[in-house]
Design a protein around this ligand. Structure first.
Ligand code: AMP
Length: 282
């Protein structure tokens, strides 16, 4: 595996490869790699000539400085894991490589409704920061395919919108959520939970299954409230439980029995904020 720290060096390397007709897949991450990240990298390796994994804890997507400072970092172990599976390239930039002009004057991405709902409502500015870093990574790496996990469902929609706005030709490859044995979605943040907390955190998955089991045509509010109560009983501090139109992420008040719906949850346990989602209708 080649490790690049300088954006310019990586771009030059990639451009040579592109000139030789190679296909490039990109897997952006914030490190503290777990098996879901590794699955994304493996998929990119099988579907492209070159898999470029990036590790960069993007400061501009954190609206909470403590959250940024507490974000886990396991660089040595990450490099080992990537080497073990034979990943081609790791991009490991400093902040100045991603934002050479600083971060004081961020660009604005008109991503509309998605910016201010669900995660956007609870983490103001978060998705602008996500757009900015992915925009930069696409400029630096110029991949054919971009691998994104559906655990961050809204993020996939936001990046899709940004790609449309910027008219990039990259293809998004959405990857299904990978879960631990009890159903907890794999996440770097899980390593901040105690052993008990990790067990308890399966409550989010159980609540998603509860919503899937009980969804029926008509008003949705009561079911959402029941889910909030369930999570609260399981010890979570709930940010939101929402049932959304899967295609637009708008929040209908009732279900016609036809539209595809997705439930999205954000809740904290032991001061660790976790998110998850699930399609709850066929
Ligand atoms: P992160 O390092 O958390 O920013 O994640 C990097 C990429 O891995 C994102 O596209 C995530 O959606 C994806 N990812 C993280 N956890 C999972 C998971 N449990 N299943 C599938 N994809 C995931």
């Amino acid at each position: 595996m080649i490790i690049f720290k300088k954006a310019q060096d990586l771009t030059q390397y990639i451009e040579n490869q592109l000139n030789n007709g190679k296909k490039v897949g990109c897997i952006p991450t914030m490190g503290a790699l777990h098996y879901a990240h590794i699955e994304l990298v493996k998929q990119a390796m099988t579907e492209n000539d070159i898999a470029v994994c990036s590790i960069f804890v993007n400061p501009v997507q954190f609206n909470n400085i403590t959250d940024f400072e507490k974000y886990p970092s396991t660089i040595a172990a990450d490099i080992l894991q990537l080497e073990n599976i034979g990943c081609d390239i790791l991009f490991l930039p400093e902040t100045a490589e991603i934002y050479p002009d600083g971060t004081a004057n961020p660009p604005y991405y008109p991503i509309g409704y998605l910016d201010n709902t669900l995660e956007g409502a609870h983490r103001p500015g978060h998705f602008q920061g996500v757009c900015w870093v992915v925009d930069r990574l696409l400029q630096i790496i110029k991949p054919h395919k971009l691998y994104l996990g559906l655990k961050d469902y809204q993020q996939v929609m936001v990046i899709k919108k940004m790609i449309q706005l910027k008219k990039y030709e990259v293809q998004i490859i959405p990857v299904n959520t990978l879960r631990e044995a009890g159903g907890l979605a794999a996440s770097s943040r899980n390593m901040r939970l105690s052993t008990n907390g990790r067990q308890q955190a399966t409550g989010i998955y159980e609540t998603l299954l509860f919503l899937k089991k009980h969804i029926k045509p008509g008003e949705l509010k009561e079911l959402e409230q029941q889910a909030v109560a369930l999570l609260t009983l399981k010890g979570f501090k709930v940010d939101y439980v929402e049932i959304a139109d899967e295609a637009t992420l708008t929040l209908p008040e009732s279900w016609d029995g036809k539209k595809k719906l997705r439930a999205l949850i954000a809740a904290s346990l032991e001061d660790v904020r976790l998110i998850d989602n699930m399609q709850i209708t066929e």
